[in-house]
Design a protein. Structure first.
Length: 386
């Protein structure tokens, strides 16, 4: 269960979430990831305290840093910088989300380390990109991914204030993108024998996330309307509430295919010939009326009752709006491999799995997140043996 990246050496200089997430994915997939931390530690170790946990744990940090080894280096000193460069000189991959100016001051920017190791794949995450007036602007994902790229605006109902992003959403998407880019560069290295710089940014990731909207506006000059539940142009693509307060989503994207089973499910097959609702254009024109009627119908049964009815119509696509408790109680989440057991002392801890499986070279977490500097002596000893 060593994973497809067994034998790949990775050095990570990552802070908070995006860089550690990329390194964490590579670690899950079998790479030996050495995490460089300052004497005060990756600030991501503080997430638990920020959330009010007083037992010293930090679940977000544990998620992104399992299976890694931690070395403490003071990069403000010549000795710390020299050790970092020695580590990178023997690595296959270097991952960082430190700002470019700081990397240049530390002589850990790509041109500097490529001289040490021409085969190195250098993976860089920035807030806004490597060039331009904001190349060194500080950014968390809520700034560059969520706010500036348009994600928040496109999720805001007209007249409402923008919703708040959940922690690490843009960071984890960006980390996955960088992990994919790093692996592509490793494939290219097998052909060329040379490493390269691969980079992404929180801003680019956000723009790509909403590229359905952004590319439509780019090519047509027309925005896609922000949906409002009470007047959705396609009432078959909408959320409703059951008698027990549980919400669910009807996903009837294809009008001719999905409208008939919905009519049957709600007990109104005559709607197929009703001039108000017979065609997709009719339903859009009379959407408020149809949604109001569906609201009354769906409020008459519990979600469990509707689930049984819906599942009797194979062409009716739907899903519950789940809480965290619902997800963890969902049999399908577990069947799909949503959790992994992470070794922890004499036992193990369940954690969320990174979202890819390799059926020929399966992976499994090898250890819990390291204590600060836990492997410093071991790693320094390995450097002396090289």
């Amino acid at each position: 269960m060593t994973g497809p990246l067994e034998g790949i050496r990775v050095v990570e200089l990552g802070v908070w979430v995006a860089g550690p997430a990329a390194g964490g994915i590579l670690a899950d997939w079998g790479a030996d990831v050495v995490k460089i931390e300052p004497p005060t530690g990756d600030p991501g170790r503080l997430f638990g305290a920020m959330m009010g946990l007083d037992d010293g744990t930090s679940p977000p940090f544990d998620m992104d840093n399992r299976s890694k080894r931690s070395i403490v280096l003071d990069l403000t000193t010549d000795g710390g910088q020299a050790t970092a460069r020695q580590l990178i000189a023997g690595a296959d991959v270097f991952i960082t989300n430190v700002r470019p100016d700081a990397l240049r001051r530390l002589a850990l920017d790509y041109p500097s380390v490529a001289e040490l190791n021409p085969r190195l794949v250098y993976g860089l995450i920035t807030g806004y990109g490597e060039k331009g007036p904001d190349a060194n602007r500080p950014a968390y994902d809520i700034a560059a991914f969520w706010a500036r790229s348009g994600v928040a605006d496109l999720l805001t109902r007209p007249g409402d204030t923008p919703p708040f992003q959940r922690g690490g959403m843009g960071d984890h998407l960006t980390g996955m993108t960088l992990a994919a880019a790093v692996n592509a560069a490793l494939v290219a290295r097998t052909r060329t024998g040379e490493g390269q710089l691969v980079s992404t940014s929180l801003y680019r990731q956000g723009a790509y996330t909403v590229s359905f909207d952004l590319n439509t506006f780019l090519l047509t000059g027309r925005p896609i309307a922000i949906g409002q539940r009470e007047s959705m142009g396609n009432p078959c693509m909408n959320n409703y509430t059951a008698a027990d307060g549980r919400r669910f989503w009807i996903v009837g994207l294809e009008a001719d295919r999905h409208w008939p089973p919905l009519c049957r499910a709600v007990g109104h097959p005559e709607w197929l010939a009703d001039s108000r609702f017979a065609t997709a254009r009719d339903r859009a024109r009379n959407s408020r009326e149809l949604i109001a009627v569906l609201d009354e119908i769906f409020a008459a049964r519990t979600l469990a009752e509707w689930a049984e009815i819906f599942d009797g119509e194979p062409e009716l696509f739907w899903a519950p709006v789940n809480s965290m408790e619902d997800v963890l109680g969902d049999e399908q989440f577990h069947a799909a491999g949503g959790l992994v057991d992470v070794p922890d002392g004499d036992g193990s801890l369940p954690m969320v799995a990174t979202p890819a499986d390799f059926h020929g070279t399966p992976w499994a977490p090898r250890s819990s997140a390291p204590k600060l500097g836990e492997h410093t002596e071991q790693i320094l000893a390995e450097l002396g043996e090289r």
